[in-house]
Design a protein around this ligand. Structure first.
Ligand code: ADQ
Length: 430
């Protein structure tokens, strides 16, 4: 069985979301689509993925010039493959055990089953000798399964999250199946050299071809808003002297509580007079216990800090637990004096790059965790260790003074190394 697509992307999610208007779909915001849409259109490409609703069959369709090939997931698949094995076993394991992973045979069986269906779908749509690019930790068995079905294909894989050290990875009861799955690739891409090195050390002589390709953003997709937008935002916050900002999926890897604690300590010490924090946190994986617990901790911390240091009509932490449209996010980025990106561990962290891309004039300051992949390229940021609160506090203190040259240098880097270049580099190597 072969199809007629000479380029195929395989990702857990299709790049569209359900919408009330027009075709019933809208493109989901994200750098990956921005980077790959032109390649897909140019090469008769197709995107294989889950449309985002469980227990629904969706026929293949075209959206905005991109062919989409849905793979359906049942509620059982969603619970076991996605929430279970992907996000309660692999996610914490690959992020260095920030919480303890759970290993359940039933989740693993579902992961195998769903990976097999993705591989079959890709095999069915790919033209003879096509290039197939598989994305991320949910689909690590696809390369091996696809290789068996279609030896003629060229198969690439990109891991968006970190790859842990061999001692951590070896915990996984199904470690051999995973490495065998990945070995079906012609090329595996990692975010950082350290991730690639961890994988190569684990595999030894048996490692397939690997490379380091730090992902980036589409700078044109983050707009800084219109004239006056920043002033309006700052006015609505009561014209604070210093505006600090956090933007994350609400995930325990992101260190949201830690940065709030650092802020609280600075207020206590009387440093950062007249400062406010805006923390935007997108709801994420809300049925998983560790995520619920993290949300409770964040909300309790916000409440305590406002109780201690806020006043009527003058909270010191503004907390938004919703997704915010990209245009609005751009205004937040442009307005913020200090951006707080303090993950315990992060494959890259695109928020850091989005912030930098909104400060072409050297204004603003980025506080960045050493454990974010972005710290390799954005090394002129105010780096901190999120496991050490004093280090976060020191970085915020230093950031209050800013560093225009550093911000200009980082802006130039991000502008030049955008997501189009990332995709082109990977595909060229493939
Ligand atoms: P994520 O863990 O989701 O991605 P990140 O890289 O920060 O993390 O990307 C988040 C994206 O969502 C950004 O583009 C950001 O603008 C957007 N976003 C976050 N909060 C939002 C909100 N409240 N409203 C609207 N948009 C919001 C995974 C890995 C990362 C890696 C990426 C890409 O964990 O390390 O950088 O994949 O490879």
């Amino acid at each position: 069985m072969t199809g007629d697509n000479s380029f195929v992307i395989v990702a857990n999610r299709l790049p569209v979301d359900r919408a009330d208007t027009g075709s019933g779909w809208e493109i989901s915001p994200g750098g990956l689509v921005a980077a790959l849409a032109p390649v897909l259109r140019h090469h008769d490409g197709c995107w294989v993925g889950w449309p985002g609703e469980a227990d629904t069959q969706v026929e293949p369709f075209e959206f905005d010039g991109i062919r989409l090939h849905p793979v359906s997931l049942s509620a059982h698949d969603f619970e076991n493959f996605y929430e279970g094995f992907s996000n309660s076993s692999l996610w914490p394991l690959y992020h260095d055990l920030i919480v303890t992973p759970r290993y359940e045979a039933e989740w693993w069986e579902s992961y195998c089953d769903v990976n097999r269906r993705f591989a079959e779908a890709a095999a069915a749509v790919a033209a003879p000798d096509a290039v197939v690019w598989v994305q991320d930790y949910q689909l690590q068995l696809v390369p091996g399964l696809l290789r068996a079905l279609r030896p003629d294909l060229t198969i690439g894989f990109f891991l968006h999250i970190p790859f842990p050290g061999p001692d951590i990875f070896r915990q996984l009861p199904w470690r051999e199946e995973i490495t065998r799955g990945l070995s079906g690739c012609d090329l595996i891409g990692f975010q950082r050299a350290e991730d690639e090195e961890n994988f190569r050390t684990l595999m030894g002589e048996d490692a397939p071809r690997t490379g380091t390709f730090p992902i980036s953003i589409d700078p044109s997709s983050v707009s800084r808003g219109g004239p006056g937008d920043v002033d309006t935002l700052r006015a609505s916050l009561g014209h604070p002297r210093t505006l600090l900002l956090g933007v994350d999926r609400l995930d325990y890897t992101k260190g949201i509580v830690q940065r709030l604690l650092a802020f609280e300590n600075l207020l206590e010490q009387g440093v950062l007079d007249d400062a406010v924090v805006v923390q935007v946190a997108t709801p994420s994986r809300e049925r998983i216990d560790h995520y619920r617990q993290t949300r409770r901790e964040v909300e309790e911390t916000v409440g305590r800090i406002n109780g201690r240091f806020g006043d009527v009509g003058r909270p010191v932490v503004h907390y938004i637990h919703r997704a915010v449209p990209k245009e609005r996010l751009g205004v937040f980025y442009a307005a913020a004096d200090i951006m707080l990106v303090t993950p315990y561990k992060d494959g890259m962290n695109l928020v850091a790059k989005e912030y930098v891309s909104c400060h072409p004039d050297g204004s603003g300051a980025l506080v960045l965790s050493e454990f974010a992949g972005a710290a390799v390229e954005l090394h002129q940021a105010f780096l901190c260790n999120p496991f050490d609160l004093t280090s976060v506090e020191d970085a915020i203190r230093a950031a209050a003074a800013g560093d225009e040259d550093a911000m200009r240098a980082m802006h130039a880097w991000v502008t030049e190394h955008d997501v189009q270049r990332w995709a082109a580099d990977f595909l060229e190597a493939l």
